[in-house]
Ligand binder design. Structure first.
Ligand SMILES: C[S@@+](CC[C@H](N)C(=O)[O-])C[C@H]1O[C@@H](n2cnc3c(N)ncnc32)[C@H](O)[C@@H]1O
Length: 248
């Protein structure tokens, strides 16, 4: 996990500007709006970017985050939000006892868990903290078949993201085509000048892994969405995979 902390240490100065236009805010505010007074557990809260969306509608939120520097930013950002509790903890080993109506994994923190055992533990945290009928929403790290094909080539899958305030970001994903294990490299440019580069080992979800983990944890797949507007997911054409899993 030190590798994860090092990665976020390196990209922290650019992190919020990079994600400012992700477009997922309405989804998370909607998700936390039911039931009224919704009790939310957030996994991998980062700088509190997604937490702020949840906080608009949730009754109360407990947000877990591993990296101390990320959580320090979240503390400052959410100082005025009386319904948010930030907890420095590893989501594989939750120190909490309460149960929640909603567990949210925003901009997939599971991407950093490349080993089966770690994914199992973190998934068990999500499932184990749900009340009966509770929901686990995961914005999964997932690529369409075309994207996976590109990521399997030596030059990798390259995405160029215009950020804010003169920042632009180039992501390059190189993946093992069979195991869904990747190296994700991020280059940051300010007004065209490259100012930072950092990479991390990553693991992508497949629908099959999602189904398997849900079944093992006693959850059912309620919805699979292909984007933040909750259009139905399509394996060939969807840009994203967002899963809503329900506890029976
Ligand atoms: C891609 S960022 C997403 C942050 C935030 N959810 C957002 O949408 O901006 C993933 C976050 O998960 C955190 N993370 C990774 N592994 C974790 C773990 N085992 N336990 C808790 N947090 C973890 C990282 O430190 C990072 O802040």
């Amino acid at each position: 996990m030190e590798e994860v902390e090092d990665y976020y240490h390196s990209v922290l100065p650019f992190y919020d500007a990079e994600l400012a236009d992700r477009g997922d805010g309405e989804l998370w505010a909607w998700a936390a709006s039911t039931p009224p007074g919704c009790r939310v557990l957030e996994l991998g809260a980062g700088t509190g970017r997604g937490t702020a969306f949840l906080a608009r509608t949730a009754g109360r939120i407990v947000a877990l985050e591993l990296a101390p520097e990320m959580i320090a930013v979240a503390h400052r950002k959410l100082a005025g939000a009386s319904n948010v509790w930030l907890v420095a903890a590893d989501m594989r080993w939750s120190p909490l006892r309460p149960r929640f109506d909603l567990v949210a994994a925003i901009d997939d923190p599971f991407v950093h868990l490349t080993a089966d055992e770690d994914r199992e533990h973190a998934f068990a945290t999500a499932a184990g903290h749900l009340v009966p009928g509770g929901r686990f929403l995961l914005d999964a790290a997932w690529f369409s078949p075309d994207q996976r094909h590109a990521a399997g080539n030596p030059e990798g899958l390259v995405k160029e993201n215009p950020g804010r305030g003169g920042l632009s970001v180039r992501e390059t994903w190189r993946c093992d085509p069979t195991a869904r294990l990747c190296t994700a490299s991020y280059e940051y440019f300010v007004r065209g000048r490259r100012v930072r580069e950092a990479s991390f080992p990553a693991r992508l979800w497949s629908r099959e892994e999602l189904e398997h983990r849900a079944r093992a944890a006693g959850l059912q797949i309620a919805h699979l969405w292909g984007d933040y507007d909750r259009r139905p997911w399509d394996r060939a054409t969807s840009p994203r995979l967002i899963a809503e899993l329900r506890r029976g």
